[in-house]
Design a protein around this ligand. Structure first.
Ligand code: DGT
Ligand code: CA
Ligand code: CA
Ligand code: ZN
Length: 570
């Protein structure tokens, strides 16, 4: 049994315990599930080392459950729990806005035991009569259902990327393989991925395909052909592999990277010149002369375009700019000098400040901003003003001991429902960086949320608005907010917008980041890491920045710590 399967089982247990009213135990399982979901290695490996209990959030009890699942593929505890409830009840709770209470009512009163039945019932207006199910709830449920269905199909970039890279590395080890590249949406670093596309060149396609479909990660082979094979990995990711001749590498890479809309534009451009662009090459139609094909750049250049980075290929004006030679010089993955949003064990993180420093150094960073939660975020053990001053003391000590690295003392302060902050100005004044975020009151009106954020922006100690729209990809819609207004105020006040790089946030999104930049707002990238191995998420934030057309000068993380400190002084 793999990590993802065990994660799902633990989420199910958490939900069942929630229905039963066992809040604490439910939370323990949810926390364990969240941790396991993002583990960089398999539970089997960890168990073989006898280190299950060393996983944060996994105690004796849960470790025993994991062991049972690994050994027997079954769990007696879950079986017992399931017997207490009708089948289908849980599926309802997959929908945003339906918690244990509502699920029970739907089931008892209307006999609803599937998402499909729920949808029919809402559309027939059958829910209105029950307490807590007004018209607004109905609309929310329908939206939740649509979101759930979308979420079922698309995978978060942050989860797909490491796995895709692993498969690419395995392919690189195959002797019959000449060149390998990721393609499709994962090469464009889109925030969610439908399926993973990989391109290979080889003179022995059959050998490559045989090697590919028998990789250990492969669970099921859907198609095995000579030029294209499709498989499902054990975590249900679909992977398409294409093999072409080496002389077509560039053309094939261009074609299979997409997007489809970008490709259509490019092909039109070729046609106007009397040429034909295909996955094999760029050809003159009349003479059949091959103009380009072996490398991707030469295709763009032959069409008199500047090379277009994969992240920009969405047909959002990049071809016009490439023709005019006016594409921005995008910020690069290796240009991050620091991470501007990390948590530690002082609030709800798992590692000490020192450990986060080690992790960040390993990534080649020069600074991190420790921004733990503030007091009113109880679920996250938020810090009081006093705690923050103690932490500041600690950070000063650490800074005096380490070389060529700086810890910035910060805080992720809550913006309360009236727009005020839950840390006093006097304390905020001591911080190197203040991120202000909304963690409550998501259902307020657009005016209310906008006013709240405007109030925070006008607080002279605030530097950054954290995860500015509050969305959770596939899970929670953004709150209603007038972003143009927020961006204008931020530009005027010298407040930055965050690109929160946590895989299910990516907030601001690519397009919103671009809008912010166009309003003269600078952006910060923060991994929002709660433990060392999440620091790598910063890469996802850079992907968003690049997809948002951001240049190095638009992103504060490219600054040296000295320059950064200057721009943080308002
Ligand atoms: P995804 O998988 O939904 O996240 O998005 P993509 O962009 O990876 O789409 P996918 O996997 O269907 O196809 C990979 C690339 O292949 C796509 O980006 C462009 C190219 N492609 C696929 N189908 C077509 C097509 O009908 N026309 C054109 N021009 N290109 C296509
Ligand atoms: Ca794809
Ligand atoms: Ca595909
Ligand atoms: Zn937050």
């Amino acid at each position: 049994m793999n990590n993802l399967e065990i994660t799902q089982i633990f989420y199910e247990i958490a939900n069942l315990l929630e229905i039963k009213g066992h809040k604490f135990r439910s939370r323990a399982y949810r926390r364990a599930a969240q941790t396991i979901e993002t583990l960089p290695e398999t539970l089997l490996d960890i168990s073989n080392r006898g280190e299950l209990e060393k996983i944060p959030g996994v105690g004796f009890n849960i470790a025993a459950k994991i062991q049972e699942l690994l050994d027997t593929e079954k769990l007696k505890y879950l079986k017992r729990l399931r017997r207490e409830f009708p089948k289908g009840l849980l599926s309802l709770m997959e929908i945003e806005g339906i918690g244990p209470k509502k699920a029970l009512i739907l089931h008892r009163k209307l006999n609803i035991d599937s998402i499909d039945k729920l949808e029919v019932a809402v559309k027939k207006g059958k829910l209105k009569d029950f307490k807590g199910f007004g018209e607004k709830t109905e609309r929310n449920i329908l939206r939740g259902i649509a979101m759930f269905r979308r979420g079922q199909e698309r995978i978060l970039l942050g989860y797909a990327l490491p796995i895709a890279v692993k498969v690419r590395e395995m392919l690189e080890m195959c002797s019959a393989v000449k060149r390998v590249s990721l393609a499709g949406s994962i090469r464009r670093r889109k925030e969610t991925i439908g399926d993973v596309d990989i391109l290979v060149t080889s003179e022995e396609a059959l050998k490559v395909m045989e090697y590919f479909v028998t990789l250990p990660q492969v669970n099921r082979v859907m198609v095995q052909g000579e030029t294209k094979s499709t498989v499902f990995l054990s975590n249900d990711f679909k992977v398409d592999l294409r093999v072409v001749e080496d002389r077509s590498f560039g053309a094939a890479l261009q074609y299979f990277t997409g997007s489809k809309e970008h490709n259509i534009k490019l092909r039109e451009l070729a046609l106007k010149k009397g040429w034909k662009l295909s996955e094999y090459d760029l050809q003159d139609k009349k003479s059949g002369r091959i103009l380009a094909g072996e490398n991707e750049k030469s295709i763009y250049n032959a069409l008199e375009l500047d090379y277009v980075e994969p992240e920009l290929r969405e047909n959002r004006g990049e071809i016009k700019k490439a023709l005019e030679k006016k594409l921005p010089r995008l910020v690069r993955y290796n240009e991050m000098r620091g991470d501007l949003h990390v948590h530690t064990e002082w609030s709800d993180g798992f590692n000490t400040i020192q450990e986060m420093v080690i992790g960040a150094k390993r990534l080649g960073l020069e600074y991190i901003a420790v921004c733990d939660h503030s007091e009113t975020l109880r679920v996250a053990h938020g810090l009081s003003g006093e705690d923050l001053l103690r932490q500041l003391e600690k950070v000063r000590n650490i800074n005096s001991e380490i070389e060529e690295f700086t810890v910035l003392q910060g805080v992720e302060v809550n913006i309360k429902t009236d727009g005020s902050l839950d840390v006093e100005d006097q304390i905020l004044n001591e911080m190197d960086i203040v991120i202000a975020s909304i963690h409550s009151g998501f259902k307020q009106s657009k005016e209310q949320v906008t006013d709240r954020l405007l109030t925070a922006i006008h607080n002279e100690y605030v530097n950054v608005i954290g995860h500015p729209t509050g969305r959770l990809i596939n899970r929670r819609e953004p709150y209603q907010v007038d972003l143009p207004k927020i961006f204008d105020a931020a530009a005027e006040q010298g407040v930055f917008m965050e690109i929160n790089a946590f895989p299910n946030r990516l907030d601001l999104s690519d397009i919103h980041s671009q809008n912010a930049k166009d309003s003269n707002v600078k952006l910060t990238i923060g991994s929002d890491a709660h433990k060392i191995d999440q620091l790598g998420f910063i890469e996802l934030g850079v992907a968003v920045a690049r997809r948002g057309w951001l240049r190095p000068e638009d992103v504060c993380n490219t600054l040296t710590v000295e320059k950064l400190k200057k721009v943080l002084r308002r």
